[in-house]
Design a protein. Structure first.
Lengths: 643, 172
């Protein structure tokens, strides 16, 4: 850091040049993914094993680039660099090891593979076939990100540097063009110009609602105040969404740069990052990034030699989903219970500590430096008329490739599920041509899309028209074995327990909706239950105070429309076609398979099974408690009704 | 819970340091509570009263905040806090089965979350953001992915072994 400390104003060009020169001396670079997912799979052990293997092979290894090394220093000796990276999105295949410039990506790497990787790939340029990714569709092995459909069909702009840059190295971020946009915004642009570029780009909020970012900025900019704040909303609470975590772990400096530009646009000098405490690694990386940027003179007083100051604080949440709502989040930073307040006044007028405040989501802020760097027209070439740019989606559930992806708005569901996601899998994990039932999009605020929506271009407006929403971008694929009533109940129980309790429609309404859903699942419902469920849902949607309540009924209302028959089957026929609802299961013995061994009859705790030796056994549905013991003891798979 | 008087005093000493570090700032109540919970693994009631006095605010307000957020616990937690993710992806892949397994193995249930020896606390938590590895379980800060019954057994066994080893070393 010595070259930075003496400068009052950082010279980004110089840092970049020095770093690039040092990087050019590197013969090969090994990048081990160190996101939460890969670390859980043992990435740190793999990193250590690779390091040891390089050392014992006697190769020159740089964990940190030697910036002051002279070019004539042993010119023939090849040197290697090894770094960690943030989440690369392909979590189920981790730990991931990328080798550059060969562009080889090894998946599910074990520490034992380290020596072989060093010997074959690093020293002798050979590819180790068995460590390559196997495409589940055609069983072929793909060499790198360019060949793997999961990556090749994406447009990774916002996630672009995640997985390439070392998130803990500020100089590497600068060498990728980082902080140049912030410098431009502070030294060569006015606040109005900054807001205008964002307006022209058409960027809309990525956290859920899709509110035009520039409109928020302009409103806050116009407020007269001695103090203004920027808040980065990183309280990513939607179950099944992890793009904000990945961005913070993978490229924290980009978010800082986005916050700086936002601050420049509205005239703020202080900012908060509100992070969930469930993301310890993201917190750690953000803290380090802020410290490094401060040390480099990028944050602090008189940044880039101007009269502007910029300070960023980290605030860890304490486990309340409602704090993703902006007014609740502000209350939480102020040290109060995280309860929303009615708007207006909007945070742009009276926000944190009563001062004008802009709140943007992590992904929104991460897009900002790219827009300033490359121009508004570059950004809005992607996307549809009303939704510009790209969006990240976390695809999970019954799909071959689970992970984090980024595609332009307007991409169809078919492309995402079948081409990037690799297709729908059954409960045994095999890819099947059919089997697609629905996609739940937008988490607990969103709704379901079905087969007829597969070719719908995904954007803010199309999804709203379908009763779903982009939300934060959680996308759960469900196969034919999924019960939609159960899915609706899962989200309802989530929002019910996360309701802050302030307004009656949300507090009481979600509770009633949940118990009505329980009645349907338990087989005690009638037509009235169904009608009431829909009616209460509409009331909660209309009358709740904040976004949580207003959208809480969406998963129920959307499944009621799309899967009405499935609800009615539960209610009138007392039958769950997918066999997920325990109370509605009918447990029978397959007369073709039963050999009359009596194992089940002996073990049945309520003596519901009768039958003679070597005769087919029968279960009495009146006595049966559906405990599943018969299913477990049967060696001939003759007990039907359990999945 | 009974505590010896001198232990109590030490308790407040640490609380005082935490409040000092946060400059008696009321708006920093949440970080203060977090740091205290990190130190004691829970928020003892007498400490909450102490904080209210130190920050010159109503006790009810401190209680209000402490009971609002899921992370804060007014009951003592075990040395190892096992969090089972119940986000969408984990739920679809059987997180409730995993929770049941843990309850069974540690003799706990929905109403009794901490073992009598104060070693383990089991909690179901909202999405941990590691959906690619569902179902996910976190022990203190270490993340374990794709946890089935067998893996769960191994993890518990390993923790118990480490504990026994530590006690033996201490005694020796």
């Amino acid at each position: 850091m010595n070259d930075m400390e003496i400068m009052t104003t950082i010279n980004l060009n110089q840092v970049k040049e020095t770093y690039d020169k040092a990087a050019a001396r590197i013969h090969k670079r090994i990048i081990v993914c160190a996101g939460t997912g890969c670390i859980a799979n043992g990435a740190l052990l793999v990193h250590k094993a690779l390091e040891d293997a390089i050392q014992s092979a006697g190769l020159g290894l740089f964990i940190e680039l030697e910036l002051n090394q002279h070019d004539d220093h042993e010119p023939d000796k090849k040197s290697y660099q090894m770094t960690g990276s943030g989440c690369q999105g392909f979590c189920a295949q981790g730990p991931l090891v990328n080798i550059l410039p060969d562009e080889i990506m090894y998946v599910k790497v074990k520490p034992d593979d380290a020596a072989e990787i060093i010997e074959k790939t690093i020293q002798n340029d050979q590819t180790i076939e068995r460590l390559l990714y196997v495409n589940p569709v055609n069983s072929q092995r793909n060499k790198g990100q360019k060949d793997i459909p999961f990556y090749a069909r994406q447009n990774r702009l916002v996630l672009g540097e995640c997985g390439h840059v070392d998130p803990e190295n500020i100089r590497e971020y600068i060498s990728h063009g980082g902080y140049f946009a912030a410098e431009q915004a502070f030294t060569r642009m006015t606040d109005i110009e900054v807001c205008d570029v964002i307006q022209e780009s058409g960027l809309r909020g990525r956290g859920g609602g899709g509110f035009p970012t520039a409109r928020k900025w302009h409103l806050t900019r116009l407020e007269q105040s001695d103090k203004k704040y920027v808040i980065c909303n990183a309280d990513e609470g939607d179950p099944g969404a992890f793009m904000d975590r990945s961005l913070m772990e993978g490229n924290p400096h980009r978010i800082i740069e986005g916050m700086m530009i936002a601050a420049r646009g509205i005239g703020a000098d202080e900012a908060y990052v509100y992070v969930r405490l469930e993301y310890p690694l993201a917190v750690k990386r953000m803290r380090k990034a802020i410290a490094d940027a401060t040390e480099a003179g990028i944050l602090g007083e008189h940044i880039f030699g101007t009269e502007h100051h910029m300070f960023i604080h980290i605030m860890e949440g304490a486990g309340a989903f409602v704090c993703g709502e902006e007014t609740a989040l502000i209350a939480s930073i102020e040290g109060k219970r995280g309860m929303p307040v009615p708007k207006p006044p909007f945070p742009a007028q009276k926000g944190l500590f009563g001062k004008p405040t802009v709140i943007n989501n992590v992904e929104t802020l991460a897009a900002v430096p790219l827009i300033i760097r490359n121009g508004a027209t570059w950004f809005n070439q992607y996307g549809t008329a009303g939704s510009k740019g790209t969006k990240t989606f976390a695809i999970t559930g019954h799909v071959a490739n689970t992970g984090l992806i980024e595609v332009p708005f307007g991409t169809t569901l078919r492309e995402i599920v079948y081409n990037i996601g690799g297709g729908v899998i059954d409960d045994q994990g095999n890819v099947t041509g059919e089997g697609f039932k629905a996609v739940q999009i937008g988490g607990p605020s969103g709704g379901c899309l079905t087969e007829e929506d597969l070719d719908l271009p995904l954007d803010y407006d199309n999804l709203l028209a379908k009763g779903a929403m982009v939300g934060s971008g959680g996308l759960v694929v469900m196969n034919k074995q999924s019960c939609m009533v159960q899915i609706a109940r899962f989200f309802m129980s989530f929002t019910q327990s996360e309701s802050c309790g302030k307004c009656v429609p949300c507090r009481e309404g979600t509770k009633q909706m949940l118990s009505l859903l329980d009645d349907i699942i338990d087989g005690t419902a009638n037509q009235e239950t169904f009608d009431m469920l829909e009616e209460i849902g509409l009331v909660v949607k209309k009358a709740s105070l904040c976004g949580l309540g207003k959208t809480a009924p969406s998963p129920v209302l959307s499944t009621i429309v799309k899967f009405k028959d499935e609800y009615l089957q539960h209610i009138h026929d007392k039958r769950c076609a997918t066999n997920n609802c325990l109370a509605l299961r009918s447990i029978t013995i397959d007369p073709e398979k039963c050999i009359g061994c009596m194992a089940c009859a002996r073990k049945c705790p309520v003596h519901a099974i009768s039958g003679e030796r070597k005769q087919v056994h029968v279960i009495d549905p009146e006595i049966c408690t559906k405990c599943g013991i018969c299913f477990e003891v049967c060696k001939f798979d003759a007990v039907l009704g359990f999945n | 819970m009974k505590t010896e008087p001198n232990k109590n005093l030490r308790q407040f000493q640490q609380v005082m340091e935490i409040i000092e570090r946060n400059e008696h700032d009321r708006s920093r109540l949440i970080p203060i509570l977090q740091q205290i919970q990190d130190a004691y693994r829970y928020l003892p009631p007498q400490v909450l009263t102490y904080i209210a006095t130190a920050l010159d605010m109503p006790v009810a307000e401190v209680y209000g905040v402490a009971t609002f957020y899921a992370h804060f616990s007014l009951e003592a937690k075990g040395k190892y806090i096992i969090k089972v993710c119940d986000g969408t992806a984990c739920h679809v892949k059987g997180s409730s089965r995993l929770l049941d397994t843990l309850y069974k193995k540690l003799e706990l249930n929905r109403n009794k979350l901490t073992t009598d020896d104060m070693m383990f606390t089991v909690e179901a938590v909202s999405c941990l953001g590691a959906c690619g590895l569902a179902p996910v379980m976190v022990v203190n800060e270490k993340v374990y992915g794709e946890v089935n019954e067998k893996r769960c057994d191994e993890i518990l066994k390993q923790i118990k072994e480490e504990e026994t080893m530590a006690t033996t070393l201490q005694e020796a």
